[in-house]
Design a protein around this ligand. Structure first.
Ligand SMILES: [Zn+2]
Ligand SMILES: [Zn+2]
Ligand SMILES: [Zn+2]
Length: 738
């Protein structure tokens, strides 16, 4: 017989932890109590099975919990205690953290289709362990009156469940039912019929409006693509269950876990040859972006589609927006803007306070690699290794996020998108306000990108606080250092699209030595001219010409690229660094390779040429004399030259294998010189799984440990964390960046 006092910190509030642990305590015949505190959750347990309880809590915590600290100590027994009780929260509790939105749980799905449940077919049901959180919260503490559910007074039955410690809906703030909750503007049976007819519908889901249609209807797909101004960019597919996903895509354990996780992200999965889905969904790439339903609305759509015998069971589910603008969350705007594409705009009166798009991930070395970090993950804390002053970091220009630090915690905003359109900029301003209000942080410092023309850099100067310009790739590296809590010197290899380097250079394939007082630039991928500057990023054929020119193959460039009217003119200008600035970008190197192999000459979306090239890889292989390590960096021109004699498949095998191997050799060269055994690996190009896996394996074979970001995106979506961390380091240690 023992009594333990247990304090738990981490993600432990607002997830139904108290009723769950109360239930477990009762199963083990324990008495005691549990309550929310300002720091997390505290409980006392007494009985013969206290150790079993503790063991279970540590080895198999509740699904949604993340235990950062747990402290258990024996205390004197309390006589005549008979029960286990959930007791009143301490003042100040629920004040520190807010949960991300949680995908519908299996118990709620069961009730959704149980004719005896009062939630039968109710499209907005939820419980203490699922439903919206972040997207409906106006402020903290996270109580119903501070959410957009405050305008829906509870009916007697919901009231009773809300206050019953034994109910799954004990303190479920968004609790709602047919009686008292918000109602959809259209019956989902009708919506399903419209989808069945081959139309697009717009539906208000947890974090914003989504456009949904039959994935097999080619005409509808074209119509949707026209509206989104996305001719070829892959669209996400939703299937009802994992078995159906398995009939279209190869699934590894990690990918299965990601699909089934409560965050319910879009997961990139390798296509199966026998998949019947139209190529038009993701043309010329070898993977699908797939997800499972994340809300009752999604499950009900499949349910009604099955009722009308729809032959297909795959839906395109994509954010309701034009091109790269933020997704629409406002009902009126939805009706105004979405009727151009959707036959029905389905809304409900539960206001979306904070916009949050679907997250997109892929697996890398059995870990999660973020491409877009949003629903399900925001506003989860990224724990830092030391106390930071309050910093607001404004991020970069594309795929932006912002970051706020509070002591040992960093809060990364959801994916905000590109800062080159008014709607994106609006979203940035709203998010700054929301994130600062939510974290109750008044920033003392503002961090931003070194690029003077980025909107976020200009915005930084409008703040009265001191502002810190941070070089783009330093920030990429620092983000991983912060996230992985690295304290010893390491190398940092950043393979990226574009970042403003020192002396305004166009950087994007950079190697650094990162230690506590200095970030030292060790070298870069040997530069290629970028004809027309930014235009080259949209037109990989320009990089193809540039590579041939660099190889001294002007005549070949002329014939190889005769189909492009501007090619001769460009060849004439390549010596002129004003029109054709040099770039060490890894992204542009991929563009050059992709174009030289005839795989993709024009990018209709960012990264298209590289994605198509990656998709062709069968078995990566290494061209032994395909690179040179030079005093200034790594030269891959011999590989580019070799590609002229390759077909697309052998060329892509060779390019990926050689690039990964050469990068590892380059890193090893410096690792030995500086006596470091670890490297940070990040930047937009690491979402290329072939490149990253080959590189990591090659490094491991050379005894070098590779750190890549696991809870933030490696692309520019992770920049803001790095900006904040480097600002902190500069304030702390006067770190210099050479
Ligand atoms: Zn639930
Ligand atoms: Zn109700
Ligand atoms: Zn970048």
């Amino acid at each position: 017989m023992q009594r333990l006092h247990i304090d738990i910190q981490g993600r432990v509030q607002g997830i139904g932890m108290r009723p769950l642990l109360a239930q477990q305590a009762k199963q083990l015949d324990l008495t005691g109590w549990i309550k929310n505190t300002a720091q997390g959750v505290s409980l006392e347990i007494q009985g013969n099975n206290t150790q079993r309880f503790l063991q279970r809590l540590q080895s198999a915590p509740p699904t949604l919990a993340r235990i950062d600290h747990l402290n258990a100590k024996p205390i004197p027994l309390v006589k005549s205690e008979k029960h286990f009780n959930i007791i009143h929260s301490e003042a100040g509790s629920n004040n520190t953290h807010l949960m991300p939105d949680i995908g519908i749980c299996s118990s709620c799905v069961q009730e959704l289709f149980d004719p005896n449940s009062r939630f039968y077919l109710y499209p907005l049901l939820n419980c203490a362990q699922c439903g919206p959180r972040y997207s409906i919260a106006h402020s903290l503490p996270y109580d119903r009156i501070n959410t957009s559910m405050m305008s829906f007074p509870l009916c007697a039955a919901c009231q009773q469940e809300y206050h019953d410690p034994h109910s799954r809906r004990y303190h479920a703030e968004p609790i709602a039912c047919h009686q008292c909750g918000p109602q959809l503007s259209h019956a989902l049976a009708e919506v399903a019929a419209v989808i069945h007819e081959g139309k697009v519908v717009a539906i208000k889901n947890t974090g914003g409006y989504q456009l949904i249609c039959d994935a097999y209807n080619l005409e509808t797909l074209q119509h949707l693509r026209q509206f989104k101004q996305r001719d070829t960019k892959p669209l996400a597919v939703m299937l009802e269950n994992i078995q159906q996903i398995q009939s279209h895509a190869h699934l590894q354990t990690t990918e299965r876990q990601l699909l089934l996780s409560w965050q319910r992200p879009i997961v990139l999965l390798r296509k199966k040859a026998e998949s019947t889905l139209p190529e038009l969904i993701a043309p010329k790439i070898n993977h699908w972006g797939m997800m499972l339903p994340n809300s009752a609305i999604h499950y009900l759509l499949f349910y009604y589609l099955a009722k009308i015998n729809m032959a297909t069971n795959a839906l395109i589910v994509t954010s309701a927006n034009h091109q790269d603008a933020p997704l629409i969350i406002d009902d009126q705007r939805a009706r105004q803007q979405l009727t151009a594409v959707a036959d029905l705009v389905v809304s409900h009166p539960r206001e979306i306070v904070a916009r949050v798009d679907d997250s997109v991930v892929r697996s890398l070395q059995k870990k999660t690699l973020f491409i877009r970090r949003a629903r399900g993950f925001v506003p989860d804390v990224i724990p830092l290794i030391e106390d930071t002053p309050p910093i607001l970091a404004l991020g970069a220009q594309l795929k932006n996020t912002i970051c706020v630090t509070r002591g040992r915690e960093a809060f990364l905003s959801p994916h905000l998108g590109n800062m080159d359109n008014p709607a994106g900029i609006d979203f940035l301003h709203t998010t700054i306000q929301q994130l600062l209000a939510y974290t109750q942080v008044t920033p003392e410092y503002v961090a931003h990108d070194l690029h003077p023309d980025f909107y976020t850099s200009q915005l930084a100067t409008e703040f009265a606080q001191p502002h810190f310009p941070i070089q783009h790739h330093h920030a990429h590296a620092a983000a991983v250092v912060a996230e992985q809590q690295i304290t010893t010197p390491c190398l940092a290899l950043i393979v990226d699209g574009y970042g403003y380097g020192t002396h305004a250079a166009h950087w994007g394939g950079e190697l650094f030595l990162y230690h506590s007082t200095q970030i030292q630039h060790l070298g870069n991928l040997s530069p290629l001219a970028m004809p027309g500057g930014e235009k080259a990023a949209k037109q990989p054929w320009r990089m193809g010409i540039s590579a041939l020119y660099q190889l001294g193959l002007r005549d070949i460039a002329k014939t190889h690229y005769s189909q492009f009217n501007l090619s001769s003119q460009i060849i004439g200008l390549l010596h002129n660094t004003r029109y054709c600035p040099p770039t060490s970008s890894c992204g542009r190197l991929f563009d050059a390779a992709s174009s030289l192999l005839g795989v993709c000459h024009v990018n209709q979306y960012e990264g298209q040429a590289a994605m198509q090239l990656e998709s062709l890889v069968t078995t990566p292989c290494v061209l032994e004399d395909g690179w040179r390590i030079e005093p200034t960096g790594l030269n891959l021109l011999p590989t580019l030259q070799h590609l002229l004699h390759c077909d697309p498949i052998s060329g892509s095998n060779l390019f990926h294998g050689t690039l990964a191997h050469a990068l590892a050799q380059w890193v090893a060269h410096h690792a030995e010189h500086y006596q470091v055994k670890q490297i940070v690996f990040s930047g937009g190009c690491i979402v290329n799984k072939v490149l990253s896996e080959c590189f990591i394996e090659a490094c491991q074979a050379l005894g070098i440990n590779v750190f890549f970001p696991k809870s933030i995106p490696p692309n520019d979506g992770g920049i803001s964390l790095g900006q904040a961390w480097l600002t902190h380091q500069q304030l702390q240690r006067e770190i210099t960046c050479a």
